[in-house]
Design a protein around this ligand. Structure first.
Ligand code: UD1
Length: 340
């Protein structure tokens, strides 16, 4: 079994990917500092897999600790680097913390991978690198635009760092950059899912907490955008579909099938849905009436973005299979489990 190190493996996307890796015959090893994740995620992973997954409680920016993990584990075939801060609004309040954590940990990881001779990396990028795109859907060739937040800038800088590192004459690392669209939902077992700390920033956990009575109402951030119903359009991808994209990416790297030292793929469904469509679909899937109001626009929101998923389908052979309705149903099931 090939060992795959998963930084941020106790987090939302990380935990689902750990499960998919194990089920695909890999041996995942988690690194997490639990700054934005909970120990309970490890219990959920164990409950699904019927066995414990090793976890090192270290910070990815700690080079010495990282080195020790590579040495004690030995034979690490590749790394999936999820560990990062991800709240757009918070990044405006604490820009230096975002640059230090997101950019710093990638640099440290790349240095240690080089020292230890580990040559395969999958990096969590984001559709945020496209900024406000001129044309929809966005392909991987769509030019990136100035990011709307320090968070977005960290993702752009990390992509640049990966490209520059790959251009060095002694580089041996092959990287796949996965640009995620909006991950939602939870594992069908409802043993792992999103665990937002405090008031959720993201739409779907806010919806499910409102339906569960934990929040009074959802505020929809603006209905005067130049979109079909005036609300923002996003590409919502089920988190297990997203997790599976990492398995094909890892396999491609291990099989040495990558055509370049750095390859980039959009990971989305290829469909855009408005906030009002998400609300209506949630109501239908859950049987709950959602209390919502229209509020002002949220600064930094992009009016509309969704993926052109052609390249990931043709090159990676990756296709999403979960509908918006099923994704929202899984988010609701997870919320009900949490509420218990
Ligand atoms: C953004 C980033 C994404 C990042 C994510 C992390 C872009 C295009 N995307 O996603 O890269 O990984 O943040 O958090 O920059 N909404 C409401 N009311 C709410 C919450 C959200 O109306 O209470 C709306 C938003 O205005 C938006 C949509 O729901 O139109 C989705 O919002 P959210 O879940 O926060 O994700 P993004 O902002 O799209």
């Amino acid at each position: 079994m090939k060992k795959i190190l998963v930084t941020g493996g106790a987090g939302y996307i990380g935990s689902h990917t750990v499960v998919e890796l194990a089920q695909a015959g890999y041996e995942p090893i988690i690194i997490d500092n639990f700054s934005n994740s909970e120990e309970s995620a490890l219990g959920g992973i164990q409950a699904i897999l019927g066995r414990e997954v090793p976890c090192h409680r270290i910070d990815c920016g700690d080079a010495e600790a990282l080195r020790q993990v590579f040495k004690t584990e030995g034979d690490i075939a590749g790394v999936i680097h999820f560990a990062a801060f991800k709240a757009v609004g918070e990044s405006v309040q604490k820009p230096l913390a975002y640059f230090h954590n997101n950019v710093g940990s990638l640099i440290t990881l790349l240095q240690v991978m080089k020292e230890e001779g580990v040559e395969n990396l999958v990096f969590s990028s984001s559709c945020t690198v496209y900024g406000v795109p001129d044309h929809l859907p966005v392909t991987e060739a769509t030019p990136t635009k100035p990011a709307n937040s320090p968070y977005g800038r960290t993702k752009q800088m990390c992509e640049d760092i990966v490209h520059d590192a790959a251009g060095a004459p002694d580089n041996k690392v092959h990287t796949i950059l996965l640009r995620y669209f909006n991950p939602i939902g939870a594992h069908e077992s409802a043993k792992i899912g999103e665990l937002p700390l405090g008031v959720p920033n993201n739409l779907v956990p806010f919806i499910t907490q409102t339906a569960a009575g934990l929040r009074e109402k959802l505020t929809i951030f603006g209905n005067d955008y130049d979109t079909p119903d005036g609300t923002n359009v996003r590409d919502y991808i089920h988190v297990v579909d997203l997790a599976k994209a990492h398995i094909v990416a890892v396999q491609r790297l291990l099989d040495r099938k990558a055509s370049e030292a750095v390859e980039t793929f959009n990971v989305g469904t290829g469909h855009g849905n408005s906030v009002l469509e998400v609300v209506a679909t949630f109501e239908e899937a859950s049987g709950q009436k959602l209390n919502y109001v229209i509020g002002p626009r949220r600064p930094g929101d992009v009016p509309a973005i969704y993926a052109d998923a052609t390249k990931s389908a043709e090159v990676l052979g990756f296709k999403t299979t979960t509908s918006l309705r099923d994704s929202l149903a899984s988010a609701w099931k997870w919320q009900q489990t949490l509420s218990k």
